[in-house]
Design a protein around this ligand. Structure first.
Ligand SMILES: Cc1ncc(COP(=O)(O)O)c(C=O)c1O
Length: 380
């Protein structure tokens, strides 16, 4: 199935009809243990933390979509990130983009730094500066692109070339783009990490994470941690992500379409200062995004001319856009990153502009989203 197109693999890879019953949808295998015909003789599964058929179906499918030889599902995006970070030698240096998910910052700064690792923030859109300020003991450059929440675009190929020349690995958090829009491993990344809670699940009803890599040594290390630390998703969670992935391509097309309309409306609104969406021609990363992405994604951020109070007014006033954290599902969400998703970055180099509002543009009727935003903006 690996030679097939994206949508075909999303629907079929790892998901052959069930051999026992012919069921077209892979069963949710809840069993924690699997019968052995003799000591050590089994059909590939012993104990569900180590391996589970529903999880294997998800891992096979997502690895194929990312173009990876190996894939590992986790109980959350942060558990997936943790499994990757554990692969770095203690004491080594992590470079994190200076605009990144607050939870990633918290994991690195509040869990790994006290345990002996060092890290520094970097503007990964400026590869020359990254080269100039390179710390010799850097073992990984951790990229988000587009970034959360400012939607900057990082040139994955250029960063990977630099990092590899200096002996470091590159991880790309592909949560915002998804493998439908962007394939980091093809662009030179060593590993991809996901919060499958977002677009891959797609329906705001499951928390999960995923790591994809074609590096066999890295894969061995992650497989070991997945089993040894045990932050695995339940079979039901795996099933929900797998079901979400089947419609990823059509959902992403609609997310991108709605985001374009919303971004253009915001860009023409007098109360809005700056609109951040890589599809806008004036976006500083537009040309790179055109090169490395199929389309520009469903996330749109903007700053309000009236500062924080105006931003808070807008997020309180929408009706179709629900005020909530998270992103990437069918319903549109609005939030205030400085006080919500990125509150953990307050006072750090990753602190977010309090005038910034982040939208996860859903797949509702386009005109309803525009009317809702215009009403909320008009009232401020
Ligand atoms: C870009 C990004 N990466 C990782 C995560 C963490 O994922 P999870 O919440 O599934 O642990 C998030 C969560 O919002 C995110 O937005």
């Amino acid at each position: 199935m690996s030679a097939s197109g994206f949508e075909t693999r999303a629907i079929h890879t790892g998901q052959d009809p069930d051999a026992a019953s012919g069921a077209v949808v892979p069963p949710i295998t809840l069993a924690t243990t699997f019968a052995q015909s003799d000591v050590g003789e089994h059909q590939g599964f012993e104990y569900s933390r180590s391996g589970n058929p529903t999880r294997l179906a998800l891992e096979t499918c997502l690895a194929s979509l990312e173009g990876a030889r190996h894939g590992f599902a986790f109980a959350s995006g942060l558990a997936a990130e943790d499994a990757l970070l554990r692969q770095l030698p203690r004491g080594s240096h992590i470079v994190l983009g200076n605009d990144a998910y607050g939870g990633t910052f918290r994991l690195i700064d509040k869990v790994y730094r006290p345990a002996g690792w060092t890290w520094s923030p970097a503007d990964l859109t400026d590869v020359d500066a990254l080269a100039r300020e390179w710390a010799e003991d850097t073992t990984v450059v951790w990229i988000e692109t587009p970034t959360n929440p400012a939607l900057a675009v990082v040139d994955i190929e250029a960063v990977a070339e630099l990092a590899h020349a200096r002996g470091a690995r590159v991880v790309v958090d592909n949560t915002f783009a998804t493998p439908y829009l962007q394939l980091p491993l093809e662009l030179g990344a060593d590993a991809v990490v996901h919060s499958t809670t977002k677009y891959l699940g797609g329906h705001s009803d499951v928390v999960g994470g995923f790591v994809a890599t074609s590096d066999d040594d890295l894969a061995d290390g992650i497989a070991f941690v997945q089993n040894a630390a045990g932050a695995v998703p339940s079979p039901l969670d795996c099933y929900l992500v797998l079901r979400g992935v089947k419609t990823l391509a059509v959902r992403m097309d609609r997310h991108c379409h709605n985001a374009r309309v919303v971004a253009e409306v915001l860009a023409g609104h007098p109360r809005v200062d700056r609109v951040m969406w890589p599809g806008l021609a004036h976006h500083p990363g537009h040309e790179i995004a055109k090169r490395q992405m199929r389309d520009f994604g469903g996330m749109v951020s903007f700053t309000m001319r009236g500062g924080e109070s105006a931003a808070l007014d807008v997020v309180r006033r929408t009706k179709v856009f629900t005020l909530a954290e998270s992103l990437g599902a069918v319903e549109s969400l609005i939030e205030h990153p400085a006080r919500m998703t990125h509150a953990s970055a307050a006072g750090s180099p990753l602190e977010v502009d309090p005038a910034l509002v982040r939208l996860s543009v859903g797949i509702e009727t386009t005109a309803d989203l525009v009317v809702d935003l215009e009403a909320a903006l008009g009232a401020t």
